[in-house]
Design a protein around this ligand. Structure first.
Ligand code: BTN
Length: 245
């Protein structure tokens, strides 16, 4: 994969722009980076607060030779790359919370949004990997203050957005190549080594309701397996995890 980077001062959402470019035939490796997003989007329809000068807002177009039903695997590829980029560009020890939140000292520093699009002139679906990293955000609005953090808050000094960007694109390149050559299993093994969910007591908000129990595994389908009271195992495909202990 060869990157072709497109930079913007201000966009609605880098994912929207990258998706439009992908629909019109932009090749794999097309990267959209913006200083600011006025409608940054998070998972589950949430907003991703994206003021200028404080974060890295990136979207990458990928065209893996897998059906879109497997695009969730790319979130594991990307979360590994983000974890590595943060670790290499600051003295921090990030961990991954299932499925793809990056935490530093238990607070969320980065989120990933993978979307599938159907190009106009091809039958092959295309994936847009959106990554937001709170690099120099000095503080967060009250509703996020308890759960969110930035690299600068955690290190106590400003961090170079440029360095984080370079490390991120390098790590994503390497991990995506590994995914293509060795398959998802090899990504999952590396992902499990950086996961902080398994072994913890969790409360998981799923589209079907709340699941409370102990996380025992992330299986090869990417599901979080939770042992609930009474011993029953529940496999969760999508949800928001709160680490309870
Ligand atoms: C999450 O909810 O945790 C995912 C957040 C993803 C945010 C990034 S910022 C770059 C890209 N553009 C968007 O609008 N969203 C993603």
């Amino acid at each position: 994969m060869q990157y072709s980077v497109h930079r913007f001062e201000s966009v609605t959402s880098t994912n929207d722009l990258a998706a439009r470019m992908a629909e019109e035939g932009a090749p794999e490796g097309t990267v959209v980076i913006a200083d600011e997003q006025v409608h940054g989007r998070g998972r589950r329809g949430r907003q991703w607060v994206s003021p200028p000068g404080s974060g890295l807002y990136v979207s990458v177009v990928l065209r893996p030779h897998t059906p879109s039903s497997k695009f969730w695997q790319l979130a594991f590829v990307a979360s590994l790359a983000v974890e590595e980029a943060i670790r290499r560009s600051a003295r921090l020890n990030p961990m991954i919370k299932w499925p793809n939140d990056i935490l530093v000292n238990g607070h969320k520093v980065s989120g990933i949004l993978v979307e599938a699009r159907k190009p106009r002139i091809s039958f092959e679906p295309v994936a847009v990997i959106g990554i937001g990293i709170n690099v120099n955000t000095p503080e967060f609005p009250p509703e996020l203050a308890e759960t969110a953090t930035s690299m600068a808050i955690e290190t106590g000094r400003p961090v170079s957005v440029h360095t984080v960007e370079r490390e991120l694109l390098n790590a994503l390149h390497t991990r995506y190549e590994q995914y293509q050559k060795e398959g998802f299993r090899s990504i999952l093994d590396a992902w499990r080594a950086r996961d902080c969910t398994v072994g913890r007591d969790v409360v998981v908000q799923t589209p079907e309701g709340t699941v409370v129990g102990t996380a025992v595994e992330v299986n090869t389908y990417g599901d979080l397996v939770v042992r609930v009271r009474g011993g029953e195992l529940k496999e969760i495909t999508a949800g928001e995890v709160l680490l309870a202990d």
